[in-house]
Structures are given as structure tokens and as C-alpha cells.
Design a protein around this ligand. Structure first.
Ligand code: NAD
Length: 257
């Protein structure tokens, strides 16, 4: 299977899962547009490295996914978007009655609203090209809940719901929309939670990983960014042409519990 001739736009892809997905889509032959809200040399260097190692066209476009106009401008700047991966996301953990309003607003904007704006901007391009894939990176927390993550869980459940609607609106076209629901993946987003959790529970790093983070992940292993990239590539394959409006869990059994 080759994605040669396709262009993929991956939001929030200068680190973690988004970058892993960009690598796998590029290895499968797609040109890739990387994104985040920064505009550092390292961001552009990532695109040059992917282009150099895979031979595809790769570039980095700065756009802040907390702003609707930036989301739409990212797609316009890409010029073409056959594969849209809505991946940008942030987290904040606090009881709902203490949840900072600005954190709630930022999480809903980046984790949910951005996908509305990018999808609205990208669908006309997919229709014009006669093929498209919308891949939303939700979470096990798009299907289940945990305490203290109200904004994240609301956003991810919302993203799963929006995925189903996009699938129905495009059902008769050669376009699919699906959500990937990862369990824990050891990315900077998760790594950043380890020191505070060690302090909170008085545990060492290994105990936090096994007994707190992976407590609900029966495999007791993190999913990897390469596995998530492989899942995205599969969703772009012909074998997945009739898979639409659904979720694919990559969570070591979390949602089977
Ligand atoms: P990460 O922190 O490594 O990556 C997040 C990406 O989003 C980064 O590239 C960051 O620059 C970008 N980003 C943040 N704010 C942005 C903004 N305003 N505009 C543009 N880009 C922005 O985290 P990750 O773990 O790779 O998370 C990626 C996605 O996967 C998120 O949506 C997250 O909710 C989801 N997810 C992660 C896990 C996990 O265990 N790591 C599990 C389930 C779902």
C-alpha cells in the first residue's frame, strides 16, 4: 500500500503521538504537513528530517489550534488535505469545582473545537480530490471517564461524537471519519505527569507507571507512537474503506474491563 500522492495534515505534530503518526504516514508515502503553535528551528528541522529519510515532501506550518482562524488557515496553507489527523491536545487535572475556567476553555478549544474548524476547512478539499480520511485522536477517555479530568473527558467524548456525525455526512462519498482511542502512551504529555504523581502517592517512578498509570491498562504496557502511526496508516488503506464513524481502541485492553 502506498499513500504516494496524498497529503496529510497532522495537528500538534512536533512531538509525541502526532509526530509518530507523521513519521508512519511519511514512511507509507504521504507528503506531510507538521504543525504546532511554536515556530522554532527545531520544528522545521523535524520536517527536513522526515523529508530526508523518507523522500516525501514535508513541511512545518505554525498555527495555534486554540484559535479557530488559525485552524482554518493551517488547512488553507497546506493547500491540499487528503488525510486530516486531528491530534493536538492538552491536559489539566483538577476537581471540577476547582477547575480553572481558562484551562477548561483551552482544553475544549484545542482538543475539540480545533477539529471542527480543520474538518470544516478540509472536507471541501477531500471532495475535490475524490478521496479523504479524517482521523481524530480521541482517547480511552473518549469512551470512559476518570475523576479530575472533566474538560479532557468532555472534549474527547465530544470528539468521538463529532467523528460519527462527519462519517454520516460523508457516508456516500469516498471519505471516512474515525477516531483512534489510545490508552496510555509514554509521550511528553504523560511524562510530565510522573513527577507530581510520584510526590502525591509517595511512590517511585516504576510504581507510579505500573500501579497508577497502567492500573487500568491490563497489558501493563504503554502503547507506542509507532503503533498509533500504524493504525492511522491502516485507516488510510483500501481495507479500511468501509470503516467509518467508529472508534479503534489501542489501549492494551483498558476498555474491555
Ligand atoms: P504531546 O504533548 O507530546 O503532544 C501534543 C501536541 O499538541 C504537541 O505537538 C503540542 O505542541 C501540540 N499542541 C498543544 N497545544 C497546541 C496548540 N494550541 N496549537 C497547536 N498544537 C498544540 O502529547 P501526546 O501524548 O502526543 O498527545 C497527542 C494527542 O493524543 C492528544 O490529543 C492527547 O489527548 C491524545 N492522547 C494521548 C495519550 C497519551 O497517553 N499520551 C492517550 C490518549 C490520547
Amino acid at each position: 500500500m502506498t499513500l504516494k500522492g496524498r497529503t496529510a495534515v497532522i495537528t500538534g505534530s512536533n512531538s509525541g503521538i502526532g509526530l509518530g503518526i507523521a513519521w508512519e504516514l511519511a514512511r507509507a508515502g504521504a507528503d506531510v504537513v507538521l504543525n504546532s503553535f511554536t515556530d522554532n528551528d527545531e520544528d522545521h528541522e523535524l520536517a527536513r528530517t522526515i523529508a530526508g529519510e523518507t523522500g516525501v515532501a514535508a513541511r512545518y506550518v505554525r498555527a495555534d489550534m486554540s484559535k479557530g482562524e488559525d485552524c482554518r488557515a493551517l488547512i488553507a496553507e497546506a493547500g491540499r488535505c487528503d488525510i486530516l489527523v486531528n491530534n493536538a491536545g492538552i491536559q489539566h487535572v483538577a476537581p471540577i469545582d476547582e477547575f480553572p475556567v481558562e484551562k477548561w476553555d483551552a482544553i475544549i478549544a484545542i482538543n475539540l473545537n480545533s477539529a471542527f474548524h480543520t474538518t470544516a476547512a478540509a472536507l471541501p478539499m477531500m471532495r475535490k480530490a475524490g478521496w479523504g480520511r479524517v482521523i481524530n485522536i480521541a482517547s480511552a477517555h473518549g469512551l470512559t471517564a476518570s475523576p479530575f479530568k472533566s474538560a479532557y473527558i468532555a472534549a474527547k467524548h465530544g470528539l468521538v461524537g463529532m467523528t460519527k456525525t462527519v462519517a454520516l455526512e460523508t457516508a456516500e462519498e469516498p471519505i471516512t471519519a474515525n477516531a483512534i482511542c489510545p490508552g496510555y502512551v509514554l509521550t511528553p504529555l504523560v511524562e510530565a505527569q510522573i513527577p507530581a504523581t510520584m510526590k502525591e502517592y509517595g511512590m517511585d517512578r516504576e510504581s507510579v507507571i505500573r500501579n497508577v498509570m497502567l492500573a487500568r491498562q491490563p497489558s501493563k504496557q504503554f502503547a507506542t507512537v509507532e503503533q498509533l502511526g500504524g493504525t492511522a496508516v491502516f485507516l488510510c488503506s483500501d481495507a479500511a474503506a468501509q470503516i467509518t464513524g467508529t472508534t479503534i481502541s489501542v489501549d492494551g485492553g483498558w476498555t474491555a474491563l
